[in-house]
Ligand binder design. Structure first.
Ligand code: S3P
Length: 211
């Protein structure tokens, strides 16, 4: 499954927490691009320009979506390319996180975002949001608001949305990790579950043979 949404909507934080709750691996495509290129995203924009960044982005989206049992958090502009939307939709549910321009401004101010470095940042946020809204709508299996809410509430909403998505798309759900029976309840500690599973496996392998 994947998380999309404008810069500063909380994709990385929420994606990480969601992956812990669902016991999936978390992948943030921007971080993968930085690791692979050994450059920070603003440096890629400066040295090679947006088109090169978008090419890296598509390649990383394509490769990470091939993996099983992952929550993939994408960059804010990933949805702009039709090819990326198609790749995302083909692999399972896509949750789009929403937030108001004010929240986005507060959250993006601290870190450099090349796409916001022109003119008045609040005006730029509004115009980019307007421009990209149809792409977010098209890719979204459903939207969840990340505005002024604690992250556990946002994650709860996403998980509820995922169960109803899985009921509506049993074929796609069967290929992926979204299975209600296996999921930990809200508040359940997934690590404790892993410990239980490891203990059970150890007991099984360690059980004395019948004499
Ligand atoms: C971008 C969003 C950024 C990053 C790059 C371009 C965009 O990701 O991919 O700076 O075009 O909206 P975040 O959404 O994680 O900030």
């Amino acid at each position: 499954m994947a998380l999309a949404g404008f810069m500063g909507t909380g994709k990385s934080r929420i994606g990480w927490e969601l992956s812990r709750r669902l016991q999936l691996t978390f992948i943030d495509t921007d971080r993968v691009i930085e690791r692979v290129s050994c450059l920070k995203i603003p440096e890629i924009f400066e040295l090679y320009g947006e088109e090169t960044f978008r090419a890296y982005e598509t390649e990383v989206v394509r490769r990470t979506l091939r993996l099983d049992d992952v929550v993939v958090s994408t960059g804010g502009g990933t949805v702009v390319r039709e090819e990326n939307r198609r790749l995302l939709r083909a692999r399972g549910p896509v949750v789009v996180l929403d937030a108001s321009p004010e929240t986005i401004y507060k959250r993006t101010r601290r870190h450099k975002r090349p796409m916001l470095e022109v003119g008045d940042p609040t005006e730029r946020i509004r115009s980019l949001m307007r421009e990209r809204a149809p792409a977010y709508d098209e890719v979204a299996s459903f939207h969840v608001s990340g505005d002024d809410r604690v992250s556990t509430d946002v994650v709860d909403d996403i998980i509820e949305g995922l169960w109803s998505w899985a009921e509506r798309h049993p074929d796609l759900a069967a290929q992926g990790p979204i299975d209600r029976r296996e999921a930990p309840a809200p508040g359940e500690d997934p690590i404790a579950r892993l410990d239980e599973a490891a203990d059970a496996a150890f007991e099984e392998s360690d059980a004395p043979e019948d004499a």
